[in-house]
Design a protein. Structure first.
Length: 289
């Protein structure tokens, strides 16, 4: 073996030790959080949760994941901050307007035939998706017979969702999305502007129940005609994704409709044969068995 080979081998070994150490630290952190606080991030997709944890460690001024673990296990507020970082509450009103348009065209006629409608928005974040649904049902004359359950594991996001107050700078995009989604009114009729924020009208909240619910650890709590779970399961590994699909399957009525995010699919899960696509492109599926 040449001295260059020896140097290369040593570098490889040190790199693999670093990776091993990294994995141990992350697993211990997530295990500790689960045991102490009951939040289960152990089956989140590794690349993205790892990236988030390292990024968050920097903002907490700790140089290692073990340092972060010590802080989080000894200080509830440090844990709460970590949950915010891991939660990724990015959302918008009428996000993917084409989906809402297809929902109006294909699903609303079905809902008209029901005596009442139960909808679950799982992972609703700060509520923009839920208010979009409330507006859509209102315009279709179906709001009064609907109950919308809006859940998330992130309590801070839920508080904002309950208030329905958003930055005025978002309204240009939301108005554009609303119009592209088939909106029939003037979008500004749905909110009142004050300084740099807007508040959505309380009548839209009348039939919405906001509640904390963790898809990794909590059970099914009702039977629904429609479940929206968009841009949540992309952060999960296959095992957790399957678990959550089991939860949705158990929570949907026969012929209930499941709506996933643009980058998500029912394929490659244990439940792919239990649904038929109502709109393949927009990820709208109907439970058939
Ligand atoms: C990117 S947002 C998606 C919001 C909205 N559905 C949308 O598509 O615009 C992801 C949300 O999923 C929530 N989330 C992540 N893991 C969760 C879990 N285990 N249980 C419930 N909500 C979760 C996060 O807190 C966050 O609010």
């Amino acid at each position: 073996m040449t001295s260059k080979d020896m140097v290369d081998n040593a570098a490889r070994e040190s790199k693999s030790n670093d990776t091993e150490r990294e994995m141990i630290e992350i697993e211990l952190l997530l295990e500790g959080i689960h045991r102490l606080y009951g939040y289960d991030f152990r089956n989140y997709a590794l690349p993205s949760i790892k990236r988030r944890i390292y990024y968050h460690a920097q903002s907490e001024n700790v140089s290692t994941v073990s340092g972060l673990q010590e802080k989080v296990l000894h200080d509830r507020s440090a844990f709460d901050r970590l949950v915010q970082s891991l939660s990724i509450p990015v959302t918008e009103m009428f996000r993917d307007p084409e989906l809402f348009l297809k929902f109006r065209q294909k699903i609303i006629p079905i809902l008209r035939t029901y005596p009442y409608i139960r909808i679950w928005h799982a992972g609703c974040s700060t509520g923009e998706e839920v208010y979009s649904m409330a507006i859509l049902l209102h315009e279709e004359g179906l709001y009064d017979k609907a109950r919308i359950y809006a859940t998330d594991m992130n309590n801070l996001s839920l508080q904002q969702a309950k208030e329905g107050v958003y930055g005025i700078d978002r309204m240009k995009l939301y108005t554009k999305n609303y119009l592209e989604s088939g909106g029939t009114q003037s979008f500004s009729e749905y909110y009142t502007a004050k300084y740099d924020s807007v508040m959505f009208h309380p009548f839209l909240r009348k039939n919405i129940i906001f509640a904390e619910h963790n898809l990794a650890t909590d059970r099914s709590f009702n039977e629904f005609n429609i479940i929206f779970c968009r841009n949540v399961m992309i952060y999960f590994n296959d095992e957790l994704r399957n678990h959550v699909h089991g939860l949705f399957y158990d929570s949907l009525s026969h012929f209930g409709v499941l709506v996933l995010g643009a980058k998500e699919s029912i394929h490659f899960t244990d439940y792919s044969d239990s649904y038929e696509p109502l709109d393949r492109l927009e990820k709208i599926y109907r439970k058939i068995k």
